[in-house]
Design a protein around this ligand. Structure first.
Ligand code: TYM
Length: 332
């Protein structure tokens, strides 16, 4: 809680072009909290460098990710939008929390196992302690809810465990956060390999629909989506490709699966794929348009970043100063 309001906090890495997985699993849901909650949405550039980045690209994507937050309807007057590295309290709290997180806990993180296998030549300490930085992000703002896709659930649970542990040692310091996982969009799968999560780092561009893809590209990718040898549009076990397309269609239209089954009864996969592609492209068109407009106004984006960082730092430093006192540091 902050100023009698519950707090919603989330973040997205500027480590690649954002996908409809990021959109449906997280970004699209952020604005739901804007009225009732005090909201913080961060561009987590410090997380991004756990994997090698081209510096100019990282900088460009940081602006782009902020522009996407705005283009998805997050009003900077109502939501604190900022860049992680502009608020040094994140790195400082992460160090302290490192000393309250167990090696065994971090070793069990599935994302660490996946990423260290994928980047075997760069298994750096930051990749290992990444969830501690994420816990610091969340706990600095006395966060109540964290809207994320299912792949981040384990990290939010670790943040809970760290908060409970710290509170147990030093008395109540942190709010214990809850992950909020959307029912339908929690795990959007790859269009090429529908048993695998759609990921911005996928090398196969046809597997991934980016939020900023143009209409023709979106439709082409959906037309090529891998399905199965059956013909029925039905949500069922073993029909991973169709299940994924139905999920995406449901997220964009708000229709339930049985309604979608009725709508496409007797129709072929080709017709269904085209409908999903068109719906997705039409829903994303206004976001793309607004994004392109915003990206031309770098000065405005920097103003949002500056104001966001100043506000975030105010709240973050309050928590940090409490933590410093509790662990026994001298506050001057
Ligand atoms: P990141 O940047 O990988 O993803 C951003 C958000 O998108 C969700 N997501 C998906 N949801 C559904 N289907 C998919 N295929 C899909 N792919 C990604 C993710 O679950 C996430 O919610 N560690 C985080 C960033 C982070 C953070 C935080 C999040 C850093 N600090 C504090 C919340 C709170 C990450 O790498 O997300």
């Amino acid at each position: 809680m902050l100023n009698d309001k519950k707090v919603s906090y989330s973040g997205i890495q500027p480590s690649g072009n954002l996908t409809i997985g990021n959109y449906l699993g997280a970004l699209k849901n952020f604005s739901e909290y804007s009225e009732k909650y005090k909201t913080f949405y961060c561009v987590v550039d410090e997380h991004a460098i756990t994997v090698r980045q081209v510096p100019a690209e990282l900088r460009k994507r940081t602006y782009e990710t902020l522009a996407l937050y705005l283009a998805c309807g997050l009003d900077p007057e109502q939501n604190c939008l900022y860049v992680q590295s502009h608020v040094p309290a994140h790195a400082e709290l992460a160090w302290i929390l490192n000393c309250y997180t167990m090696f065994g806990e971090l070793s069990r993180m599935t994302q660490f196992k996946d990423k260290s296998a994928k980047h075997a030549n760069n298994v750096n300490a930051g990749l290992f302690t990444y969830p501690v930085l994420m816990a610091a992000d969340i706990l600095l703002y006395q966060t109540d809810v964290v809207p994320v896709g299912i792949d981040q659930k384990q990290h939010v649970e670790l943040a809970r465990d760290i908060a409970v542990r710290f509170n147990g040692v030093y008395s109540d310091t942190f709010t214990v956060p809850e992950p909020i996982i959307s029912k339908t969009g929690k795990k959007i799968m790859s269009l090429a390999e529908p048993t695998k999560k759609m990921s911005k780092s996928d090398e196969n561009a046809n597997a991934v629909v980016y939020i900023l893809d143009d209409k023709d590209t979106v439709i082409r990718k959906f037309k090529r989506a891998v399905t199965d040898s059956d013909t029925e549009i039905k949500y069922a076990e073993g029909k991973d490709g169709i299940n994924n397309l139905m999920t995406i269609y449901s997220c964009f239209t708000g229709k339930e699966f049985d309604e979608i089954e009725r709508e496409f009864a007797g129709k072929g996969y080709g017709e269904f794929k085209l409908a999903v592609g068109e719906t997705c492209a039409d829903c994303l068109a206004p976001v793309r348009e607004e994004f392109n407009r915003l990206l031309k106004d770098k000065a405005y984006l920097e103003t949002v970043m500056k104001n966001g960082a100043a506000e975030a730092a105010y709240y973050a430093n309050k928590t940090l100063s409490k933590v410093r006192r509790k662990v026994g540091f001298v506050n001057l």
